[in-house]
Design a protein around this ligand. Structure first.
Ligand code: FAD
Length: 457
């Protein structure tokens, strides 16, 4: 990039918030997905809305691709600057602006880290439920742009269920305001809805209004081990058929159990073929009733139940689940995490299919995930330097997605499309939807500068 252009960026954000040395650019050439790294031409970190607007306008006028980046934890290649350009970090927009405990909402800047936001809400005696596994790093803006889910999604929903309002800049630098602070609001198009899952392709979000909720009075967590992973999967449907909606209903297969135990020594039953981690919450009497019913259902399907007796045991249980991905990641040089999702009644079929695919392609796959919402994470452990194995991995991934679609599911429950899943998008949505998305994108960003080529657009 020319010295003149770089000088203009530095004028906007200051020299301390501008980087173009090769070693710095390398750090922003990749994210948490398994995609080919491509370095940007420069990285900038604005610290207020005025700077964001000026960076956008400079990119528009100089035809520079603009990639908005929160923490770069996305798992779909959403922040890889595939045509170079300017990576704009949102982490300088890091203030929580308001918590309204009467009207139950909070206003936050988009670069605030999710866990920091949730802790702040908790300090006010309230709850922000979406809790992605990456919450200690991910940003609120990244959560909206990917519609992040979490362990509590089954009962409490995902990020979009909490987004009430948004402020964002379009590619001309216009400040767009959508939604607001009221529970009901039908003013104009649903612009917060438009920004959900927009993956940095339609605008740059700077401020969000998020719904917050009362903390449940009671909760009960349990760990249920099964001798047969298919029985564990069937148990998931049975619990929900019994009209019980646990806050959390997670599954780990035997490979994942053993790997997590090796890494953490938490005391997981390594001989179990599968584990369900279940938490019910709500009014104390309802919790008492529901947790007894859950135990009966689990035992009737061969499960052996251990209830967490105190906060320490409960924390250990959830720590085990949260450590699944990082524990698996220690085993081989390359980890590919998928998030094919099916209606939860089809979980046993999906589990069986993943097992068959693992055997057919002779791969190491650990499966864990949000079984209660049909969102499994088959995690392939491999080595990208082994071309033969990688060819088998690619075929296995194709089959995992084909199976999910055959079972009326989706290629992505929560990780988004980015570059990683672009080639599968048409098979789920059809050509008409892609044409519509392309028209929308071209209307808002005629030069195609905002996060170009993602979702195949
Ligand atoms: C260990 C681990 C565990 C994870 N667990 C979960 C999980 O449980 N549930 C889940 O849903 N995901 C999970 N993820 C995926 C990831 O954390 C989420 O997708 C998260 O929402 C990304 O946030 P981020 O701030 O890192 O966004 P980034 O990765 O920086 O960006 C993601 C996308 O959002 C866009 N974007 C970011 N900020 C803005 C903004 N302000 N305005 C416009 N566009 C923007 C980017 O351009 C990009 O397309 C996990 C990832 C890891 C590494």
């Amino acid at each position: 990039m020319s010295a003149a252009i770089n000088g203009k960026f530095k004028e906007i954000v200051g020299s301390d918030n501008f980087w173009d040395e090769p070693a710095d650019l390398m750090c922003y050439s990749y994210d948490s997905a398994f995609e080919k790294p491509v370095p940007p031409d420069m990285v900038v970190k604005p610290s207020d809305y005025d700077q964001v607007q000026k960076v956008i306008q400079l990119c528009r006028d100089a035809d520079i691709p603009l990639i908005t980046r929160g923490a770069g934890t996305n798992l779909s290649g959403g922040t890889v600057p595939v045509s170079g350009g300017c990576v704009m970090l949102t982490t300088g927009l890091n203030k929580i602006l308001e918590v309204n405990t009467e009207d139950l909402y909070a206003v936050t800047q988009s670069g605030v880290v999710t866990a920091k936001f949730a802790e702040h809400i908790s300090d006010h005696g309230l709850l922000y439920p979406p809790d992605p596994g990456s919450m200690k790093m991910s940003t609120m803006g990244g959560n909206v742009a990917e519609n992040a889910g979490g362990l509590r999604a089954l009962k409490y929903g995902v990020t979009s269920d909490y987004l009430m309002g948004v402020k964002f800049f379009d590619m001309d630098g216009n400040l767009v305001i959508g939604g607001g602070r009221t529970v009901k609001l039908v003013t104009g198009y649903n612009l917060p809805g438009l920004m959900v899952s927009s993956e940095g392709m339609l605008g740059v979000m700077v401020e969000l209004i998020m719904k917050i909720v009362p903390v449940p009075e009671a909760k009960k967590s349990m760990l249920v081990s099964f001798g047969d992973v298919i029985k564990a999967s069937e148990t998931v449907s049975k619990i929900i058929q019994a009209k019980i909606l646990p806050a959390t209903l997670e599954l780990m297969d035997n490979f994942t159990i053993k790997t997590v135990e090796e890494a953490t020594n938490i005391g997981l039953p390594v001989d179990a073929d599968a584990l369900l981690l279940i938490e019910v919450d709500g009014h104390p009497e309802a919790v008492e009733d529901e947790y007894r019913k859950v135990i009966d259902i689990c035992e009737s399907l061969g499960g052996s139940v251990k209830v967490a007796e105190n906060e320490q045991e409960r924390d250990a249980l959830w720590e085990a689940r949260r450590k699944s991905l990082s524990s698996l990641a220690r085993l081989r040089p390359t980890l590919i995490l998928e998030d094919a999702t099916v209606p939860r009644s089809r979980i046993p079929e999906m589990m069986q299919a993943v097992q068959n695919i693992r055997k057919k392609y002779d791969l190491t796959i650990g499966t864990f995930g949000h079984a209660g919402d049909g969102n499994l994470h088959p995690t392939i452990l491999t080595d990208k330097r082994d071309e033969q194995e990688m060819a088998r991995v690619e075929k296995a991934i194709d089959e995992i997605f084909e199976t999910a679609l055959k079972l009326d599911g989706t290629i992505s429950g929560e990780h988004g499309i980015g570059s990683a899943k672009a080639k599968y998008l048409e098979s789920e949505l059809g050509k008409g939807s892609l044409i519509f998305m392309d028209k929308l994108k071209k209307g808002l960003d005629p030069k195609g500068l905002l996060n170009p080529h993602k979702m195949g657009l």
